[in-house]
Write a protein that binds this ligand. Sequence first.
Ligand SMILES: Nc1nc2c(ncn2[C@@H]2O[C@H](COP(=O)(O)OP(=O)(O)OP(=O)(O)O)[C@@H](O)[C@H]2O)c(=O)[nH]1
Ligand SMILES: [Mg+2]
Length: 318
Amino acid sequence: MQDVPSLVAAAREGRPRAVARLISLVEGASPQLREVMAALAPLTGGAYVVGLTGSPGVGKSTTTSALVGAFRRQGRRVGVLAVDPSSPFSGGALLGDRVRMSDHASDPGVYIRSMATRGHLGGLARAAPQAVRVLDAAGCDVVLVETVGVGQSEVEIASQADTSVVLLAPGMGDGIQAAKAGILEIGDVYVVNKADREGADATARELNHMLGLGEARGPGDWRPPVVRTVAARGEGIDEVVEALEKHRAWMEGRGVLAARRRARAAREVETLAVMALRERIGDLGGDRRLDALADRIVSGDLDPYGAADFLVEALADG
Ligand SMILES: Nc1nc2c(ncn2[C@@H]2O[C@H](COP(=O)(O)OP(=O)(O)OP(=O)(O)O)[C@@H](O)[C@H]2O)c(=O)[nH]1
Ligand SMILES: [Mg+2]
């Protein structure tokens, strides 16, 4: 097996197998995880990360593929991470099915990877940002992260992007439903795909209306645009690229990009630190100290909050 420094060097040269190997290392809890992350740290920060989210079948993969084409025409290197919280499979197996990327399979300027939960969503939320780091360090100018669904966990994964794109399709995403799913808060750019179908204009209108109902925006604030696309025919894709570029420029001009990245990094550290603490504390069931405190609560000698304080203090003392 290759050592980490040469793997990282090979990934920097754009060797797909090295990139794949690095992602596998960060995806699992490999003993080399820490060494890999440390090696990647100084190489990251160059990629513009775009998240695409939306209900199953709305056209995320088709749109992603079209965007890859558009970015490639600009000569940019592109990474794609397809995250599927509902699927137990990971690695290359899904590419043929869920990711419609066959157009780009032989392009050395494109790296595509899919990732699944293996039944453990927390793990995916942890692993996805690390995989993005690998693609970033490998020299991708743009990383597109496709996440299925608009549930809480997907929203969390989408929030790890610099710019979040929310996709809807006529009939599927009427405004009420959109508001319920909380998507009006997370999108920087909205795409009404399948605009070749009836109802696309109404969906776009309703969405625009609902976005306008949100809290008052000051001059210079970002107003998420609504772009109509027929991704299957590549229509409207240039407009999506334009909206992404505008949003990026707006963020850079106002320090929003740096602030978002800082907030994201802080959340990530917090998650890892809490995980590490939880691991260090271990399983408290059967701990003598816990049992003794429980006895005191049952006998009315102590309340649960006071008991928890005692326990936390005891644990912090080691
Ligand atoms: N009519 C029409 N069909 C489209 C359009 N874009 C995509 N489709 C079709 O919609 C279906 C789903 O497209 P995908 O891109 O796989 O959708 P997805 O959101 O990635 O789906 P999941 O990853 O399974 O959630 C495919 O059959 C596409 O060919 C469009 O603009 N118009
Ligand atoms: Mg898809």
